[in-house]
Design a protein around this ligand. Structure first.
Ligand SMILES: NC(=O)c1ccc[n+]([C@@H]2O[C@H](COP(=O)([O-])OP(=O)(O)OC[C@H]3O[C@@H](n4cnc5c(N)ncnc54)[C@H](OP(=O)(O)O)[C@@H]3O)[C@@H](O)[C@H]2O)c1
Length: 255
């Protein structure tokens, strides 16, 4: 398999760092982006080789464009762009402030829009490329009400991803656009969520590791497709949800 140049946001920890490591281990060139410089550099060092760290705040469009330019300057082009940076929240709908909403949309939704708008013109020039947006199972089934605007921001991301894919399909069949919807993943996500997470952390039976999710994304890079549920049980859950939303919610409430 030919080595690819792959940019990953949110790569200082969790899924992004695990993904960078797995890709670098098989010979891909990785560009890691996040805000915390020390953690980001440590994650890049673990990748070895010519892995590159670019301190980036994805809520700033100019930072995202600088990330693209730095990667192209070093490696000449980009093959895959992974919008993975994100943050949760632990607050229900009626308690949300304007600032909560703005923060969640900025980091989970607008960040990926900036990424797509930065990279797709380059992919058009190359007539190939792959945008991967890391969403969440909650973007499809909003079953954790304390995640409220986080789930809504990921649902919006799912929608935007589908529309970009439709826009490119006819004229640019070599550009792929995918959305990834992991379930609960054992990372610092629960701890890092704005206002934390009720109960502190997860104990979900279907929780995956960052490495498992990263391996599923590696496979997506090799076999591009529109959507990826990283946990095999999810498709059946989604079918059950959309078959009868009320029954699904009542069943959740009884647990
Ligand atoms: N863990 C889960 O249960 C779960 C489930 C479904 C989906 N996801 C999604 O998976 C993705 C990765 O999350 P994770 O589980 O790996 O959590 P994590 O360990 O908390 O990682 C989040 C990453 O995003 C980065 N980030 C946050 N705000 C940023 C900003 N403004 N600019 C640049 N980078 C920023 C963080 O780095 P810095 O703080 O250094 O900037 C960190 O590298 C997220 O999109 C999340 O929504 C997670």
């Amino acid at each position: 398999m030919t080595s690819k140049v792959i940019v990953i946001t949110g790569a200082s920890s969790g899924i992004g760092a695990a993904l960078a490591k797995q890709l670098a281990a098989r010979g891909d060139k990785v560009v890691l982006a996040a805000r915390r410089e020390a953690e980001l550099k440590a994650a890049a060092k673990e990748c070895g080789g010519d892995a590159m760290a670019v301190v980036t705040d994805v809520t700033r469009r100019s930072d995202v464009e600088r990330l693209r330019d730095s990667a192209i300057q070093k490696f000449g082009h980009i093959d895959v762009w992974v919008n993975n940076a994100g943050r949760g929240i632990g607050r229900q709908v009626l308690d949300l402030t304007n600032d909560d909403v703005d923060q969640m949309l900025a980091v989970n939704f607008k960040s990926a829009l900036y990424g797509m708008q930065a990279i797709v013109p380059h992919f058009k020039e190359c007539k190939s490329g792959h945008v991967i947006n890391v969403s969440s199972a909650l973007g499809r089934i909003p079953f954790a009400s304390y995640r409220s605007i986080y789930s809504a921001s990921k649902a919006a991301l799912n929608s935007l991803t589908a529309n970009l894919r439709m826009d490119l399909r006819a004229e640019y069949p070599g550009i792929y656009v995918s959305v990834v919807m992991p379930p609960v993943v054992k990372t610092d996500f629960a701890k890092n969520a704005l206002y934390g997470t009720p109960g502190g952390s997860y104990s979900a039976a279907n929780a995956q590791t960052a490495e498992q999710v990263a391996a599923a994304i590696v496979d997506l890079i090799d076999h591009p497709r529109a959507e990826l549920y990283t946990n095999p049980g999810q498709a059946e859950m989604v079918a059950r949800y959309y078959a009868d939303v009320q029954a699904f919610e009542e069943n959740m409430a009884r647990r």
